[in-house]
Design a protein around this ligand. Structure first.
Ligand SMILES: C[S@@+](CC[C@H](N)C(=O)[O-])C[C@H]1O[C@@H](n2cnc3c(N)ncnc32)[C@H](O)[C@@H]1O
Length: 406
C-alpha cells in the first residue's frame, strides 16, 4: 500500500506562493493528511504483467521469430521483478529494457545538488525513480522524498518499487503537475524543501509504449497525454488546430524548418480522412518532406544520420498537448520560494532549446533579483561514455541554482 496525494490542480497553485515566501526552518514533525490508495493494477492499461492474485491468468504474448520485437511482446523486460535475469541480458545488447528508464547524469546531479542526510527533496518528475533513489540514498536515514508525476500509472509502479528499497515513511508521492509544488507543500505543512529537482520531458517507458502515442517509431493511437486525466489528445489537437497555430508550434517548439509545408499537409490530409494513429501522422510528414517509408529506410540503411523526418513534428505536438513550456514557466516562477533560504538548491535537466532557454533566463533573472545567490554558469552536459551508452542523454543540459538567504 502506498500513500499518494492526488489531483492537486496546478492551475490553482500560485496562491500558495505567498505562503512559501515567508519561509521558516523545516519542521519535519508536521505531517499532512493523505489519501491512501490501494494498488490498482487495473488502472494501468498496460499492466497485464502485474496482475493481483485474483486476476485471471493471461496467456503470454506470442511473437514470430526467436525474439520479441514489439513493446507488448517484451513482457519479461516489463516485469524485471519477476524476471530479474533479463535486465543484464538486455543491457549487454546495448538496450534499455522496455518499461524501464536509464536516469541521466545522476552523478553530476548529485554532485551539484549535494543531497545530505535528513534533507527533504522534491523530485518533481519521478518517472522510473532513478534520480529519486539517488536522493533517497544520500538523504538516508530519515530524509523525505516528495515525488510528483503527471503519469499516475508510472507513479504507482515506481512507488511500489521504491517502497521495496526504502522506508515507505520517507516517500510522499503525488499524481500532480510539478507547478503544484507550493500547494502540495502547503497541504503537508511544509514551508520549504532543501532541493527541488526536475528532469523534463518523457521517460523511456512512455516513449517506448506505442499505446501512449509518443513515438514515430511504432504505430499506436495518437494520444501523447502524460496525464491521462486530461481530455485533449494529440488526435484532437490535430483535428481542430488552425494551420497557422500548427505551423507556429512546429517552428517554436521544435525548430522544424519545414513547418509551413507540414502544417498544410496535415490540414489537407485531415479534410480527407481523420488522422488518429501515429503511423498516419508519420506518413503525412514523410510525404510533406518528400520521403516515403521506403526511401527513408533506404537512406538510413545507407548511413543517413539525420533525425527522423517526423521527429520534430512529434516533439512539437507533445509539447502542445501537455502545455509543457507554460508549465515549466510556472515551475520556474514558484521554485525559488519553495527552497530553503540560505542554501536550498534547484536543479533542472532539459532536452531542447525551448526548455533550456527558459531555465537559463529564469536563473539569470533570479541571480539579478537576489533570490538566488549562485547559479550554474554553463549547462552541465553528459560525457561521451554516457552519450554512447544512453543515446537518449545526448541532448540533455543540466542547470542549477542556490537560494539566497533573503
Ligand atoms: C524524463 S522522465 C523522469 C525520469 C526520472 N528522473 C528517472 O530517473 O526515472 C520525466 C517524467 O516527468 C513526468 N512529467 C513531465 N512533465 C511533468 C509535469 N509538468 N509535472 C509532473 N510530472 C511531469 C513525465 O510523466 C515523466 O514520467
Amino acid at each position: 500500500m502506498l500513500r499518494l496525494w492526488r489531483n492537486l490542480e496546478y492551475a490553482e497553485t500560485c496562491d500558495a506562493l505567498v505562503l512559501c515566501a515567508f519561509v521558516t526552518p523545516l519542521d519535519r514533525s508536521i505531517q499532512a493528511p493523505c489519501i491512501t490508495i490501494n494498488y490498482d493494477p487495473g488502472m494501468n492499461a498496460d499492466s497485464s504483467d502485474h496482475g493481483s492474485g485474483s486476476a485471471p491468468r493471461r496467456r503470454r504474448p506470442r511473437y514470430s521469430g526467436t525474439h520479441p520485437r514489439r513493446f507488448d511482446e517484451r513482457y519479461k523486460e516489463r516485469d524485471l521483478e519477476k524476471y530479474p535475469d533479463i535486465e543484464a541480458h538486455v543491457r549487454a545488447q546495448g538496450r534499455t529494457p522496455a518499461g524501464t528508464h536509464v536516469p541521466i547524469m545522476v552523478e553530476e546531479v548529485v554532485a551539484a545538488l549535494r543531497p545530505a542526510p535528513g534533507e527533504t527533496v522534491a523530485d518533481l518528475t519521478l518517472g522510473y525513480g532513478g534520480h529519486a533513489l539517488a536522493f533517497l540514498t544520500h538523504t538516508a536515514p530519515n530524509g523525505i522524498l516528495i515525488g510528483t508525476d503527471l503519469d499516475g500509472t508510472q507513479l504507482q509502479e515506481t512507488g511500489r518499487r521504491l517502497e521495496q528499497a526504502v522506508d515507505p515513511q520517507r516517500l510522499q508521492l503525488h499524481n500532480s503537475h510539478f507547478a503544484g509544488l507550493p500547494k502540495i507543500m502547503a497541504a503537508q505543512g511544509l514551508v520549504c524543501v532543501d532541493i527541488v529537482f526536475a528532469d523534463l520531458g518523457l521517460s523511456s517507458m512512455q516513449i517506448d509504449n506505442p499505446a501512449r502515442g509518443f513515438s514515430y517509431k511504432h504505430d499506436g493511437p495518437l494520444d501523447m497525454r502524460m496525464d491521462l486525466r486530461r481530455p485533449i489528445t494529440a488526435a484532437e489537437v490535430i483535428r481542430t488546430i488552425s494551420p497557422d497555430a500548427l505551423a507556429t508550434a512546429l517552428d517554436d517548439f521544435a525548430d522544424e524548418p519545414e513547418h509551413r509545408q507540414i502544417a498544410l499537409a496535415i490540414v489537407r490530409r485531415r479534410s480527407e480522412q481523420a488522422i488518429t494513429q501515429t503511423g498516419d501522422l508519420v506518413d503525412v510528414v514523410l510525404k510533406a518532406k518528400g520521403w516515403t517509408r521506403r526511401t527513408w529506410r533506404d537512406a538510413v540503411a545507407e548511413g543517413a544520420s539525420e533525425l527522423h523526418p517526423a521527429a520534430r513534428t512529434f516533439q512539437a505536438l507533445r509539447i502542445l498537448v501537455n502545455d509543457e513550456l507554460h508549465g515549466l514557466e510556472q515551475l520556474l516562477r514558484v521554485a525559488p520560494y519553495c527552497l530553503r533560504p540560505g542554501g536550498g538548491r534547484l536543479g533542472i535537466l532539459t532536452f531542447h532549446s525551448g526548455e533550456d532557454r527558459r531555465v537559463k533566463d529564469a536563473l539569470s533573472e533570479g541571480l539579478r533579483s537576489g533570490v538566488y545567490v549562485r547559479v550554474s554558469e554553463e549547462p552541465i552536459r553528459p560525457g561521451p561514455t554516457e552519450r554512447r551508452e544512453n543515446p537518449r542523454s545526448t541532448a540533455a543540459k543540466f542547470r542549477w541554482a542556490v537560494r539566497s538567504a533573503q
